[in-house]
Design a binder for this molecule. Sequence first.
Ligand SMILES: NC(=O)c1ccc[n+]([C@@H]2O[C@H](COP(=O)([O-])OP(=O)(O)OC[C@H]3O[C@@H](n4cnc5c(N)ncnc54)[C@H](OP(=O)(O)O)[C@@H]3O)[C@@H](O)[C@H]2O)c1
Length: 259
Amino acid sequence: MTNRLQGKHVLITGASAGFGEACARAFAAHGAHLELWARRLDRLRQLKTELEGKYAIEIGIQKVDVRKREQVHVAAVALFERDWRVDVLVNNAGLASGLAPIYEGDLDDWDAMIDTNVKGLLFVTREILPSMVARDSGHVINVGSVAGSWIYPKGNVYNATKFAVRALTEAMSVDLFGTRVRVSSVDPGAAETEFSVVRFHGDVERAKKAYEGFQPLSAEDVADAVVYVANTPPDVMVTRLVLTPTAQRSPTMIHRKES
Ligand SMILES: NC(=O)c1ccc[n+]([C@@H]2O[C@H](COP(=O)([O-])OP(=O)(O)OC[C@H]3O[C@@H](n4cnc5c(N)ncnc54)[C@H](OP(=O)(O)O)[C@@H]3O)[C@@H](O)[C@H]2O)c1
């Protein structure tokens, strides 16, 4: 496939782990310059050193908590002060926190999910999108989830945030009608990253059980999908790319082999 990403400028949120980190590696391998945001700056530093050692690209890193409006604003201003244009924005930072029936839900978990997955995505988009509209070019890729199309038991607020991401992807797309700014979503099913460890508040054993008896997606599988979407010709817009493990048909249909 033609590489249209060479020399492009890609901003990835949540680049310190999982899909975001894998996206950084995949875009770097295509020769794209990177701006990486997350809260764990030490991890971003390591990634920057590793990728700059391998590829002739520039990598900016910033400690950004996407829930904090002011931090997002300051980071965006710093980016534009470096004359950075964002060709591709990958809105990836997000999490599930807890897994409980809605009548037992933890309010701090709810805040974390709504503030990160919905408001964080909005804060970042609101800072970056105007420059794309002004240039009449650019691409926003939101990382949604199959959880944004199917409700599953105890998924409640996480589901709601990913339904919101789907609504916002459509909303952005509709509002950008008539421009050459593209909007896509990549909606993965079950993938093994730090996602379940975060969901279960650091309980690694419980997290492992989520992937027992089937082959989940890897972070690289999802990064390949994001890169595919970003690399399509400028007159092609992938609206929504859904990918699941072969063993999965929906959040509640996962074929697990008995061990
Ligand atoms: N894994 C799955 O099964 C799956 C399936 C479908 C969709 N998703 C979605 O995919 C996205 C990435 O998840 P993942 O599986 O890669 O999980 P992950 O391995 O836990 O990585 C999540 C990333 O998001 C960042 N992040 C979390 N909260 C943040 C905040 N407030 N500000 C800035 N960065 C933040 C984390 O960095 P710091 O902690 O360093 O800030 C980390 O880099 C999420 O939106 C998730 O909902 C995951």
